[in-house]
Design a protein around this ligand. Sequence first.
Ligand SMILES: NC(=O)c1ccc[n+]([C@@H]2O[C@H](COP(=O)([O-])OP(=O)(O)OC[C@H]3O[C@@H](n4cnc5c(N)ncnc54)[C@H](O)[C@@H]3O)[C@@H](O)[C@H]2O)c1
Length: 397
Amino acid sequence: MSSKIADIGLAKQGQMSYTWARTHMTILEKIKMSNESKKPLSDYKLGFCLHITKETSVLIIAAKMLGADIAICSANPLSTQNDIAAFLSSEGIKVFAWRGQSERQYRECIESVLQFQPDILTDDGGDLHTAAHKSKTRFYGGTEETTTGVKRLEILQSRKRLKYPVIAVNNAYTKHLFDNRYGTGQSTIDGILRTTGLFLSGKQVIVCGYGWVGKGVSVRARGMGAIVTITEVDPIKALEAHMDGFNVQQLSDVSYIGDIFITCTGHCRIIRKEHLKKMKDGAMLANAGHFDVEIDVGYLYSQDKFPILVRPNVECFKCHDKKLYLLSKGRVINLVGAEGHPPEVMALSFANQLLSILFLSKNYRSLTNKVYNVPHEIDLKVARYAIEAENLRIDDS
Ligand SMILES: NC(=O)c1ccc[n+]([C@@H]2O[C@H](COP(=O)([O-])OP(=O)(O)OC[C@H]3O[C@@H](n4cnc5c(N)ncnc54)[C@H](O)[C@@H]3O)[C@@H](O)[C@H]2O)c1
């Protein structure tokens, strides 16, 4: 199989970005070095569906150095960094990804990864796992990176339709406490600032959802001087937001005051027609959840079929005699409008991924078709590596 990418000429630039990220991802380097001589993945074909970023290239090259044969596609049609795709391809990885895919091309690339007949599947969001469940191929097992993907797999499990064991990497403490919260917190603000180029201080920011992602986004927005209001459906999370010092209101009551709305729920149709109608002229809409289902983009298009692209990743819709600005087409703002999470935090997530893949390769025969949490020893190991990397010291018990 040969790669399908935008431009192999970008490989050199991709290699520089890979090296920059690897320098800040020493945990992954350590895991790679302590296993490299045994080549524990040399009998395995790995299929990945991840955002193709500089951090992801560090995971992929580490897995390759452990012996794996690899194919990868992107977890979003708009998030691929073309230089990284070119670099990975130049390293002998089968890459099916470029930035700006149509929905059809995105699905075809997932199919290409499945045609490679991988033994273990690593996904971010559940599209690869869902496609795998429609194919006749047998897989040894899989891993899943994010909350939305884990939820989709748990639904398959509850219907007794899960076809292989899956490790829910998202559920590791050393993943969601840091990646979902601080990683998405920083990179979402980064995405909003890069796309709009505006001042955050003094803006009314409405954050929908106070889970891990919502907490990180709210606290970072407040840190930049924004006045932050939380909307929630879970009374415990709402109370937590209140005790953390945020305003907590119903979305319909604050629709008219928000300058920037950020959805962080993983659920469908959070910002709907009735909210869009109430918004003030100039309001901006961004989504940090995995899929582009949280803002009713269809309604915006029904009001204005030809929005104006006023800046890269900023579309202006005329809607009810006012202008509403949609950032990054309502897709993950931190990956489409910026570069995704920084390397230091992805080192934690991808250390969990690599150790979970190694765990699966050794143990898949004894596992049943269930969604498993990352073994606690792996979580602790990743935390200890991170403590060392951050030059911290803790006491013995
Ligand atoms: N952008 C990124 O890089 C990134 C990183 C990690 C996770 N994610 C994605 O972000 C989403 C959220 O992840 P999480 O880990 O915070 O999940 P979570 O389950 O911890 O939090 C989601 C929160 O949304 C709330 N919610 C549900 N419906 C709501 C509604 N109608 N209005 C307001 N709040 C509502 C829930 O009560 C919950 O508190 C998922 O799609 C996840 O996959 C994105």
